[in-house]
Every structure is written in structure tokens, then in C-alpha cells.
Design a protein. Structure first.
Length: 320
């Protein structure tokens, strides 16, 4: 009886270890994240939008596609980033300032490689209808979907955390533990349960499990950066958050909200912050001071700025 009990425990721990293995074992040794669309730019084009190229141990994923059709194409060309060799794309949410370049990028890159930018990872809810008061469709992705599929592309919908490259994950929809309410609109979304306030339920982030810690790449961070970090930390055994890169949608936030956010971020052990896109300039500097980071470890993100394993932030000229 005792022997059976020990055997069962051994077997159960093996099964548990296997269930845990994918997240903990898949580690990226070398990561480089380069911003391809945001407001600030040394060279190239700045715009209200976001995109970043994530290179992880020789593979790559494009996170968001900028607002205007040509911004990411042009900035990638200037920065000598070859998107024709990138297959995977992540769209962080449906907003046009993150999805506007998708069709132009696919059409242009497939001339060089049929597989280029041919698979797009989205979270459940990205295609939900957003009816406007005049009855028209407020979600441009409803029309983009058939165009992208006609160009040979494929969408993969995620309801939960999923690995898109070894050690590189999409979070899927984020549970909203804290009432951060980091979105601007007063829009409505048609979900399977009815027409409700659009909280951007499809907002997801990219998490890279590096040997230095977790690196979180957000688009607009509509789910709230604290909710995003909480969900990420829970999924990866409370490993420290090494870096945050992207939009935190705090440009309109009151001082108290920024201070609350900073205190929470500090609690996750965050070592680097590139606040791009909708983070807000004032909010970035308030976060930096209160978290206890400095100009080497926290900057406003610019087109061409990057974060690399073992090196930290290369901010470019204007944001240094
Ligand atoms: Zn947005
Ligand atoms: Zn945005």
C-alpha cells in the first residue's frame, strides 16, 4: 500500500512536471526588440501607432503593424530589418493604429517570400463587431479579415496563453483583476453575450521568457499594465519581469493613477522600461522616478530604439 502511494506520488509529480515544463523550459537566450512604429522618430516616420520586431534566438515575430499602410514598410527598410523572412505576426488588439499596415506589409513581403507575414495571432474578441451610432462598423478588422485571407494569410485566435515561437508567447485575453480602465473610447462591442461597453476584451501582450527574466511587449496596454503583469507573473511561476516595452495608455492618466501604477510595476522587479506610443511623455517620466529607474533603464520609445539581452536599452538620439 505504502509502495503504491509512493509510486502514485512519483507518477503525479512527473505529470505535474511535464504540465509545467513548456513555460519554464522554453527560454530565449538572446532577445532583441526593435520599435518600428511609434510617435517619436530620429530618422524614418513617426505616427500615432505601434509596431515592434521581436527577434528571439534567430527567429522573429512582428508585433503590430503601425497605423498607416506604409510606415512599418518604410521604417523597416531604413533600419535594414528584413520582414520578408518573418512568418509570424501578433496583433495586440483591433485598433486601426496597430493593424493599419497589415495588408500592405503582407502584399509587399509575399513578393519575396510566400510565407512572409502569413500567420497572424489574435486574441478572442478581435473580430467582434463595434457598431457606431450611425450603424456603420467601427472595427476595421472585420473588412481586413477577408482581404488578408485572400492574400494567402491565416488568422489564429487564442483564448488563453499560447506559444508562438520557442519561448515567445501571446497572453490571449487578460483578466481584469484591477479596475485600470486604460482605454479612451465610449464605444460598444457586440460579444456573444450581447452589446456591452468596449473594454477592448481582445487586448493581449507578447511575453518572452528570457534567461534574464520575462520581457513583456504591449501594444496599447488597454487591459492595464498591472493586470497584464499580474497575469504574466501568475503564468510563469512569479519569475521577475525584466523589461516592459510598448504602449501603456497612460497619457491621460491622473497623477494618482500613474503613482499607483508605478508602485505596482516596482513590485514586479521591473528593470527596464521603454514607454512608447500611448504611454505619454509626462507619465513615462513620473513612472521612471517613482519606480526608481534612470535615463539608462527607462526611456520614451522612438522608431529604431531597441532592447537587447545583456545590453539593455539603445534609445537612439532624441530619447537618450
Ligand atoms: Zn488601442
Ligand atoms: Zn494604440
Amino acid at each position: 500500500m505504502k509502495k503504491n502511494g509512493v509510486c502514485w506520488l512519483f507518477w503525479a509529480s512527473l505529470v505535474f512536471a511535464q504540465a509545467q515544463a513548456p513555460l519554464e523550459n522554453r527560454q530565449v537566450k538572446h532577445l532583441k526588440v526593435t520599435i518600428l512604429s511609434t510617435m517619436l522618430a530620429d530618422d524614418g516616420i513617426g505616427e500615432w501607432g505601434f509596431a515592434a520586431l521581436v527577434e528571439a534566438d534567430g527567429q522573429a515575430v512582428l508585433v503590430d503593424t503601425g497605423a498607416r499602410p506604409d510606415t512599418v514598410l518604410s521604417n523597416a527598410r531604413d533600419l535594414r530589418a528584413d520582414l520578408s523572412q518573418v512568418r509570424e505576426v501578433v496583433l495586440t488588439h483591433f485598433h486601426q493604429d496597430h493593424t493599419g499596415g497589415l495588408i500592405a506589409l503582407r502584399v509587399e513581403m509575399k513578393k519575396r517570400n510566400a510565407a512572409a507575414l502569413s500567420r497572424v495571432h489574435v486574441a478572442t474578441g478581435l473580430f467582434y463587431s463595434r457598431p457606431l451610432p450611425d450603424g456603420s462598423e467601427g472595427n476595421s478588422m472585420v473588412a481586413v479579415r477577408p482581404k488578408y485571407e485572400a492574400a494567402g494569410g491565416q488568422f489564429v485566435e487564442h483564448a488563453r496563453l499560447a506559444e508562438v515561437l520557442p519561448g515567445v508567447f501571446v497572453t490571449g485575453p487578460i483578466s481584469r483583476k484591477f479596475p485600470e480602465r486604460n482605454w479612451s473610447g465610449t464605444g460598444k462591442v457586440r460579444t456573444p453575450t450581447g452589446l456591452v461597453e468596449d473594454t477592448v476584451p481582445d487586448d493581449q501582450s507578447v511575453v518572452v521568457n528570457t534567461t534574464e527574466g520575462l520581457v513583456v511587449i504591449t501594444g496599447c496596454g488597454h487591459a492595464g499594465i498591472v493586470n497584464i503583469l499580474t497575469a504574466t507573473s501568475d503564468s510563469f511561476g512569479h519569475k521577475p519581469i525584466h523589461a516592459i516595452i510598448g504602449g501603456l495608455h497612460l497619457f491621460q492618466a491622473k497623477d494618482e493613477q500613474v503613482e499607483w501604477t508605478a508602485d505596482k510595476i516596482k513590485g514586479f522587479g521591473v528593470g527596464y522600461l521603454i514607454g512608447a506610443h500611448c504611454t505619454g511623455i509626462e507619465s513615462l517620466y513620473r513612472l521612471r522616478n517613482r519606480i526608481g529607474l534612470d535615463r539608462r533603464t527607462a526611456v520614451v520609445g522612438a522608431v529604431g530604439a531597441s532592447f537587447a539581452s545583456g545590453e539593455g536599452i539603445h534609445p537612439g538620439r532624441i530619447a537618450q
